[in-house]
Design a protein around this ligand. Sequence first.
Ligand code: FE
Ligand code: FE
Ligand code: ZN
Length: 301
Amino acid sequence: MDLIIGSHVSFNKDSQMIGSIEEALSYKANTFMFYTGAPQNTNRCNIDEQLLEKAKVLLKENNIDINNVVVHAPYIINLANINNFDFNVNFLKQEIKRVEQLGVKYLVLHPGSHVGLGVENGINNIIKTLNQVLDEKISVTICLETMAGKGTELGRTFEELKQIIDGVKYQDKIGVCMDTSHINDAGYDLNDFDKILDEFDKVIGLNYLKCLHINDSKNEKSSHKDRHENIGFGYIGFDNLIKVIYNSRLKGIPMLLETPYISKDDDDKAKVFAPYKQEIEMIRNKKFNPNLIEDIREFYK
Ligand code: FE
Ligand code: FE
Ligand code: ZN
């Protein structure tokens, strides 16, 4: 079975998607995900048409299907907070335009945090914003991410995501991005992933599932912490993640790693080495490498 696997990669204004593609290729990935600028702010550069043409050639040469590429919206925008309604609407509309210009199909979005307004109010604010942003002409699918339930995060159950989808007028513009670390932290038991998929199908519908974030978790099920761990080094574990990645019901769905960078050594806290090449290799081999961290440090030395 052909996996569609990649990771989060960088995107900067000088090389734009060319840099992202080159980084993905260096990990031997066949897809990738990026933010169109810094994830923690909303400053964005314009898309350079010349760079874009070159990027499209590079994609073609390397058999990467743009339909499997994912953009992640900045996590600073909070659709559940109605005080930022106009800003959120304007930013999202522009972000959708950028994504359309790049030819990318999927835009992952954190639904938002109700910040004390309450679950129902928060969900209604998200719906209001999405209905103001979406129209029938948009070619992008907004993929609502399953959240860990940290603080007042919404989208921590399939039911909450379903409630959002039900309120949206253009439901064909909406999808879901399932994050394995988040669903573990939200309380779903990854020892039985088929049961999770059954539940997803029953509550939302598997046709809504457009992409996955593959991460292990630093914390136990139901911890609501949202701290990602390297593949096989956390509470979900390697075998359970392999069962997700190779599940026959997820065939053809892009899977993106967002696992933490590795530090130079145990004393140096700065995380400088991307683990993705080695993690993808481990996933392709379906064999856990207990020396992953050491191998990554050695590789980048
Ligand atoms: Fe996310
Ligand atoms: Fe994620
Ligand atoms: Zn997360």
